[in-house]
Ligand binder design. Structure first.
Ligand SMILES: [Zn+2]
Length: 349
């Protein structure tokens, strides 16, 4: 590929990435939702008790993609982590019990609370994957029909660039769409399983690991992801397309004088994850915090960091975090043995 072609490919890639990240499907994820309530902008990480526990002057840091690459950006807590995946009625019915307040705190041993929080994490991920699926399906259809003006409008890219990169757009859209089709199916299945568990009030299909850290909150999370390596650096999941990918949900919430990390996975992955989390629980606190920090940077996007933590970092620590985040956007790697940035502030205690 010539330097000119490479630059064009980069421009196309940036526009595709930028457009699909900004799509926001407005539709309730509950199958055949008949509610007359409007779809609302709801927080995937609760604002009042959770996001605000790490905020400073009403803002948190999130890692965002910018024209200059990934960067820490201050985001107002009213807007941070919102998504439009539920109507007001279903949002209320499903999450009122885990909207923590002065009167209601988290009970780390209550499976219903863990399943509700996990449903919200899974829903947000499912919603993001549905957005991507819709985007790449439309892009592929336009590219295959050679409709240059429509593609140019759809991804806001110069018509000359579009016409010279149709084959490239087709190959990117096709490979991405295959991946997202599979992810939608997989995460959709987990979403439905959690929903059925809440309807039946029976939680035996969910397995848990809870880690409690005696520290003040510096990072909060609501996420759904596959932990791909164990602590010895061995890959524990199959990378083959079409093979089920074992995933966990993670919620990190503040509790009285502690921070609680609640992991949940489906019973069918019990054998795989029980030993992973057993090893993790047995690590010394400072070491465990460093492994968990890497896990968040490598696998979690829906994460809010406290300015009290990030503003204390030297430039070197900030770039180490951003570099690792960037390195692992499309591939995963084993945990690094020389990692020393702690997102939980345990090391310095
Ligand atoms: Zn609904």
């Amino acid at each position: 590929m010539s330097a000119k072609d490479e630059q064009r490919a980069q421009r196309v890639h940036a526009k595709i990435w930028g457009t699909y990240r900004n799509l926001a499907l407005q539709s309730c994820l509950i199958p055949e939702c008949q509610s007359s309530g409007k779809v609302i902008k709801a927080h995937s990480i609760q604002e009042k008790r959770v996001l605000r526990s790490v905020s400073n002057n009403g803002h948190v840091y999130m890692i965002k993609s910018t024209a200059q690459g990934f960067a820490f950006q201050l985001v107002g807590v009213r807007k941070a982590t919102r998504f439009t995946g539920f109507c007001s009625q279903h949002d209320n019915e499903l999450f009122d019990k885990v909207d923590l307040g002065d009167e209601r705190s988290i009970n780390p041993n209550d499976p219903e609370q863990a399943v509700r929080l996990s449903l919200r994490s899974t829903a947000c991920e499912y919603w993001k994957k549905l957005n991507a699926q819709i985007f790449f399906r439309k892009l592929l259809q336009l590219a295959r029909s050679g409709d240059v003006p429509s593609i140019s409008e759809y991804i806001n890219l110069d018509q000359v660039d579009v016409s010279k990169s149709l084959d490239y757009v087709i190959s990117v859209a096709k490979s991405r769409l295959d991946g997202f089709d599979f992810a939608v199916k997989r995460i959709g299945r987990q979403f439905m399983s959690l929903l059925h568990q809440l309807e039946s009030g029976k939680f035996h299909l969910s397995k848990f690991s809870t880690i409690r850290l005696k520290t003040s909150p510096t990072v909060v999370v609501s996420a759904h992801f596959p932990p791909e390596y164990n602590l010895s650096g061995k890959c524990i999941v199959s990378k083959m397309t079409g093979v089920d990918l074992p995933e966990v949900t993670l919620n990190i919430v503040p509790n009285e004088n502690e921070v609680v990390l609640m992991f949940l996975w489906h019973k069918r992955y019990e054998q795989l994850f029980r030993s992973f989390f057993h090893d993790l629980e047995n690590l010394k606190e400072a070491k465990r915090a460093l492994i968990l920090s890497q896990m968040l940077i490598m696998q979690v996007e829906n994460m809010a960091l406290s300015p009290r933590l990030v503003d204390m970092w030297e430039d070197q620590e900030k770039s180490a975090v951003l570099d690792l985040f960037k390195r692992t956007t499309n591939v995963s790697i084993p945990y690094l043995t020389d990692w020393n940035v702690d997102l939980f502030g345990i090391k310095s205690c």
